[in-house]
Design a protein around this ligand. Sequence first.
Ligand code: DX5
Ligand code: ZN
Length: 220
Amino acid sequence: MSRVRIAPSLLACDLAAVAEEVRSVEAGGADLLHFDVMDGHFVPNLTFGPGLCAAVRAITALPLDVHLMVTNADDLLEPFAAAGAARIAVHVEADVHLHRSLARIRELGAVPGVAINPATPVTALDEIWPLAGFVLVMSVNPGFGGQRLIPETLDKLARLRSIRDRRAPGVELAVDGGVEAENSGKLIDLGADILVAGTAVFGAADRGLAVARLRGEEVR
Ligand code: DX5
Ligand code: ZN
């Protein structure tokens, strides 16, 4: 079994000190950097574009994991790929031509992901497992950091894992929203390959300790 990968979400960092924040999690042992793109339509909040992504790309070796919470994902695939995104997730609820979007992301050289909201049934992914590189399982309603994990997500993650194991063993499962040291062990047991965490990492003074605690490692 491979070690769980940790993806700190920049949404929770101090944007006035973004370079230091990125370096602190890189030094702290993070595996990916999660980049929450919100458009004020698909979700009520508004965040970053490809410009910040390119700026961050220039100062880190960590792969950039772009989570598009937008209604026009297809228009943004090329700009984010050009800005250095290594992985790009689009929402199943927002994307009417999912096959096309996932194929396009792959063509652009990034790993394609499908994000799925808490209220969307797992059957919404039935036709796309073979095309996805990862599934981003939302454990909160997207739009804001610092929310509590929705408990029903645990059972959903278990069901996604069993479908994944049967149908597409190469597809990774990432969990996003309300992930903290108190629930990460459970999420790992249920099948999470990647944990996205904003508040639990950037809200902690010691980033290395926060990352280790999410992995469930013994910390002194
Ligand atoms: C929510 C975002 C998450 C968010 C997680 O819309 O997709 O990535 O940053 O933040 P925390 O870990 O604080 O719930
Ligand atoms: Zn996210």
